[in-house]
Design a protein around this ligand. Structure first.
Ligand code: ZN
Ligand code: MN
Length: 480
């Protein structure tokens, strides 16, 4: 018999706010001392009162709009009760009855074609702390730095049918949320985590099979392997009776390549959801709603069409540039100054991106001022600075945003000289010192001219218009 796989995802994304969701502690504690970013509120001390971080609601709404959701104009927080040592209040403040966003869609494309994945809801909630196991001491410590860091949980409908669609969906979420600048979405950093709900049923059936959930997957490769394993485990159980499938939560061990039962799945009733009396309902009025709507970015495919159409860039160039909103913004600013889209695209793709690679930075980490880059491009296209020296200036402005390209060029002797007298002197000396190249060139070897050209350019420290040098050089040799 043929089977089909039915997958729904719950994706937790850490929002890129400065502070936590209900207190003013910093939300960024990577590498910090354990329990150094905590206060009575996020440690769940008795009597503490949460105060909602408005930026979290801004970002929750924005994420909802990016995913074509309906925004609930009155959104509320609820308590989800469960006990675990990394949850100091013994309940998580989350959204159950009126999440910020509902009923959205995400468009994906795979080898099987285009597909629309329905989003059930996006809710805002607080993260839990971290348990740190010390094997040598055989003890477990708890670090509350991550407690109350703001998350959104994006819950899809069971519309995905395999690993390829899951990957396309996660990539699309990442792109949309990064474009909106609400989240980093880096699985390797734990700022995007994924729970996979999976069941298997005979092809064409409309009855769902027994569903299992794998929690906190943190790499796309691991998710793909886990899905493959679970699918064959389910089919084996159905066809060969190898085990009885039960609804449960499982842990994926990526090293062993196996999933293990953790606990039978809780139902909503187990969590005893009830409205959090300490957090007032949040009413989103038209003014607030519209102010967030006004900040929505142009979608990547819309940008790409503009780059190829309006700007006349190639498909490849437009693809490269639209991979990251940071790159798009730098490019667009540089273009606004230099007025030449192809020039700006070339500088971005061949020079800026290779600098990022050398520095082992992702495109999203780009922090270069596009206006400054535009000024540099103008210096080069106007013949004021040679290309080799311009690369040195780029490396400098990449590290120090306060540098003004023209001032830096002047201070470092990078301004192209229009002193034809000086060029002629250098040409005369260089040619006199290399009779062999001169003879080779006269004998028909074009390469010999390039050797002489290179020597002259070196003498002039690159500060010379190549066309001018070339003409003076050829004229001089021909006049010998
Ligand atoms: Zn706190
Ligand atoms: Mn959650």
């Amino acid at each position: 018999m043929k089977y089909e796989t039915v997958i729904g995802l719950e994706v937790h994304v850490e929002l890129a706010t400065k502070s936590k969701i209900f207190c003013s502690c910093s939300a960024h504690s990577f590498g910090a001392e354990p329990n150094s970013h905590v206060c009575p509120a996020c440690c769940g001390m008795p009597g503490m009162l949460p105060v909602v971080n408005k930026r979290v609601v801004d970002y929750g709404m924005k994420a909802g709009m990016m995913l074509n959701c309906h925004i609930n104009r009155t959104t509320t927080f609820d308590k989800k009760s469960y006990y675990y040592p990394d949850l100091p209040a013994a309940y998580q403040t989350t959204q159950w009855f009126a999440p910020v966003a509902v009923n959205g869609t995400v468009e994906i494309e795979t080898s099987g074609g285009k597909k629309s994945v329905r989003i059930k809801q996006i809710h805002m909630e607080e993260d839990a702390g971290k348990l740190v196991h010390d094997i040598r001491e055989d003890t477990t410590h708890v670090d509350f730095n991550r407690t109350s860091v703001p998350l959104i949980e994006i819950v899809s409908q069971p519309d995905l049918s395999g690993a390829e669609e899951v990957e396309a969906y996660l990539e699309r979420l990442k792109t949309l949320l990064r474009y909106a600048k609400v989240a980093e979405c880096e699985m390797a950093h734990g700022t995007m985590r994924c729970d996979v709900n999976l069941s298997v049923r005979p092809e064409g059936s409309n009855v769902l099979g027994v569903r299992t959930e794998m929690k906190n997957m943190n790499s796309i490769e691991a998710i793909k392997r886990a899905i493959e394993y679970e699918v064959s485990r389910h089919i084996d159980a159905i066809e060969n009776g190898t085990e009885v499938l039960v609804q449960e939560t499982r842990r994926w061990d990526d090293i062993k390549g196996k999933s293990y039962a953790m606990r039978t799945k809780e139902t909503a009733g187990d969590y005893r959801y009830f409205p959090d009396p300490n957090v007032m309902p949040i009413v989103i009025d038209d003014e607030w709603f519209d102010s967030i709507k006004a900040t929505l970015p142009e979608l990547p495919e819309v940008k790409k069409a503009r780059y190829t159409g309006e700007y006349g860039l190639s498909d490849y160039d437009a693809d490269q540039l639209t991979k990251s909103i940071a790159v798009c913004e730098c490019f667009e600013d540089a273009y606004s100054v230099c007025g030449n889209a192809k020039d700006a695209a070339n500088w971005m793709i061949s020079e800026v991106m290779s600098l990022l690679n050398v520095k082992k930075m992702t495109y999203d980490m780009l922090d270069l001022n596009g206006i400054t880059l535009g000024e540099l491009i103008v210096l080069v296209s106007g013949g004021k600075v040679g290309r080799a020296n311009a690369k040195k200036i780029l490396a400098a402005i990449f590290d120090d945003p306060s540098i003004v390209p023209e001032e830096y060029a002047k201070a470092n002797g990078f301004i192209v000289s229009n002193d034809t007298g000086l060029i002629a002197t250098v040409v005369k000396e260089t040619v006199a010192a290399d009779p062999k190249s001169v003879a080779d060139f006269k004998g028909g070897k074009e390469k010999a001219l390039m050797a002489l050209f290179g020597k002259c350019m070196k003498q002039l420290k690159g500060n010379c218009d190549p066309q001018v040098l070339r003409k003076i050089l050829i004229d001089h040799i021909n006049g010998l």
